[in-house]
Structures are given as C-alpha cells and as structure tokens.
Design a protein around this ligand. Structure first.
Ligand code: SAH
Length: 376
C-alpha cells in the first residue's frame, strides 16, 4: 500500500469552512421582529426592545455605543450578535433652488441617492428603494443602470434618518424629525422591492419611530399591476402611478413594463384600489416633446382618467445626455394642462427641482465604477 499522494486529494471540493456567524441587521427588523430577537436570542425583557427601537428609529443611532441608557453588558451582547449596517453620506450637491442631493455609499461600495426638497410649507425627501432599477424606462437615467440589488428596509429608513440629521444641523432645528413628507420616487421601483418597502413603511410610520403620517407618504410605481393590489391591501400610504403616455403603443415604446401590463390593466387596478376618503391617485406624466405632448394626447389622457379619482402631475422632462428626448416648452405644457383642467381633471405642472445638480426626476444615476466626482 503506497501512501496517498497530494494529487489524490479531491481538489474540486474545498474543505468546509465554518461560516462566520451572521450578525442580525437590527435596523431592518420591524418593531415586532426586534422584540422577538431581543427576547428569544438575547433573553432580554420586552422593554429593552422599545429602548433599542427608539435609539434606532427615533434618534437614528448608527452605533450601539451611543445607546448610553442600555447597559454595557447588553451593548456588548448586541455587538456580538447584531449590527447596524452603515449607509454613509459621501457626497452632497446643493441646487440654487434649495434642493440638496445626497449620495450615500452602501457597505459594499455602491451608491444611492436621496433628494431633499424644502419649500415653505414642507420639507420633503425623495427616497431610493433599489440600487439601480430593472424597469428600463428609456427616458430615465436610473433605468440605464439595470438593477444591482434591493435596498434593505434598514437602508431605506437610514436615508431618512441621515437627512433628518443633516437638516437638523444645517437649519439649526431642535425637532428630532424635521422632514415632513416622504416620496418614494428615487432610484428603483418600490413595488419591485415590496417586502422591504413594507417593513420600511411600518418603521417610518411607527409612533416609537419617526412617526410619519400615512397622509405624508407617497409611493410611486411604474405600474406593477399585481403589486398595486397588494400595496393597497397591506399599506395605507398614497399611491402615484407613472403613466407617461396616452396610448399603449407610446407607453410600450418607452416603458417596457407596459408590454406585460398595459394601460387598461393598469387603470383597472387603479379603479379597484382602496382609496381613503377624499384621496386621489396621482398620475405622473412626463412631457416628452413631440412624443406624448400633443392636444390629442391630452384628450386621450382625460378620457383614460374619466372615472378615476385622479390628480395629474405634469413633469417637464429633465434632459439626460444620450437618451434622446427633449423637454416640452412651457407654453405647450400649459396648453396641455388646460385641456385636462377643462375636463375637470386636476393637473399641475411640477416645478423642476435640482436640475442643475442632476437631482431631478429621472436623473439619479451614480454608476459605481465612475463615482463621478463632479456633477454631470
Ligand atoms: N420607479 C418608480 C419610482 C421612480 S419615480 C416610478 O417609475 O414611478 C420617478 C419619476 O420620474 C417617474 O414618474 C418617472 O416617470 C419620472 N421620470 C423619469 N425620468 C424622468 C426625466 N428624465 N425627467 C422627468 N421625469 C422623469
């Protein structure tokens, strides 16, 4: 019997290496799941969960060390089993109109953006839900990236905490939550990341957390029809639909999702959507010069929305180099709006914010590789 040689060892199957203990991402847990984690995994009493939750979501703590009213022993225990996944502000760009675009770096080095829009009566944050986007709308810059990954609930909420912190400091405010409104209109398709969106909403709306009212949160979707139904059943916040066309031919040309769920299917889902008293669905309509901004388009749009409690936001197109669409002129936009208004469809021309910093609708796209130093 000869000794086995090294070459006889199986080389294709590496020796099993014990997987490192997975730390629990506590900021992504709902209030209930956090309580379970503390009681079942750490053997802690229920009120500890309330304390930890408040640190995470009322104060927006980014480390266990700052949670000074938790015992040192508990903080050490948390550090062994749990983590607060960082989302680090890495760039900010200020527009002449007061808009500030924040870029955040995820732990693995990807970038997402959130846009702060202050006005006289509100302070709104536009939040991202994915790194990149799978929907591939041809006029949208984020759509050119493709989907990199979903954001976790913790990362969605962390954008809000981080910008609250910034606003508090920049504007010298005492209030722990200066932001008043949230719109899920940043990078990504929120309903394509529904579970994490739902958890994030529950956290953002919780009394022990940031305590946003359902009236002050809007989620915008490209039109994932089956998810609109679930969204209506499982959340109570406002819905916005990116319609952007008055015929299926047009819409399928720019929004691939329309080939799966066409305008009729989409509007059907809207008709079935459970609306709270007095609430309307917002329809976003990006005006693309010579493409969807004719009188005939306005008339068709008005017909489409005839039996839906609707409000239309007309969005002047923010041009992106290379995408080949142009902005509709102000006068044309106003004529378009007037046709809707005559038919009693409430329509507003949305102000463009943050264009000079590429922070406006459809301009959010920081490619990981280039990580542009300067705005483009
Ligand atoms: N994916 C979701 C959330 C993003 S919202 C959705 O599609 O609704 C972003 C909004 O900006 C959408 O209404 C989209 O139609 C609009 N948009 C995209 N690119 C734009 C651009 N270049 N100029 C103006 N609006 C744009």
């Amino acid at each position: 019997m000869s000794e086995p040689t090294a070459t006889a060892l199986p080389v294709t199957e590496p020796l099993p290496v014990p997987a490192p203990a997975k730390l629990v991402d506590v900021a992504s847990l709902s209030r209930e799941k956090l309580a379970l984690f503390l009681s079942e995994q750490l053997g802690e009493r229920p009120f500890r969960a309330a304390q930890l939750y408040r640190w995470l979501h009322q104060r927006g703590a980014t480390s266990f060390d700052e949670m000074t009213d938790l015992s040192k022993a508990l903080r050490e225990k948390l550090k062994v089993q749990a983590e607060i996944v960082p989302l680090v502000k890495d760039l900010e760009q200020r527009s002449v109109d007061g808009t500030i675009k924040y870029r955040f770096k995820t732990r693995e080095g990807r970038y997402i953006e959130a846009v702060y829009m202050p006005s006289e009566d509100r302070k709104t944050l536009c939040v991202s839900t994915q790194v990149g986007c799978a929907m591939a709308c041809s006029f949208c810059m984020t759509g050119t990236l493709g989907l990199k990954r979903n954001l976790t609930a913790g990362e969605i909420v962390a954008q809000v905490h981080a910008v609250n912190r910034e606003v508090r400091r920049n504007e010298n405010l005492e209030t722990f939550r200066p932001l008043t409104n949230l719109v899920f209109m940043g990078m990504g398709e929120p309903l394509h990341n529904f579970e994490n969106l739902k958890t994030a909403l529950a956290i953002l709306q919780s009394e022990e957390g940031p305590n946003f009212s359902h009236r002050h949160i809007t989620v915008s979707t490209v039109g994932l029809v089956p998810m609109i139904e679930r969204f209506g059943q499982e959340t109570d916040v406002k819905l916005a639909i990116s319609l952007n066309a008055s015929t299926d031919e047009q819409r399928s040309q720019t929004m691939p999702v329309n080939r799966k769920w066409n305008i009729a299917a989409l509007l059907d889902a809207c008709r079935k959507f459970p609306l709270r008293q007095g609430r309307r669905i917002t329809f976003e309509y990006v005006l693309l010069k010579g493409f969807n901004d004719s009188d005939a388009d306005a008339h068709r749009l008005k017909e489409l929305l005839r039996d839906i409690p609707a409000k239309v936001n007309l969005i002047p197109y923010n041009e992106n180099p290379g995408l080949g669409f142009q902005t509709t002129g102000e006068e044309r936009a106003e004529e378009f709006r007037a046709i809707l208004a005559e038919a009693h469809v409430a329509a507003y021309i949305r102000k463009n914010r943050g264009r000079d910093i590429a922070g406006a609708c459809g301009q959010l796209a920081n490619r990981d590789e280039t990580a542009a130093e300067a705005p483009t």
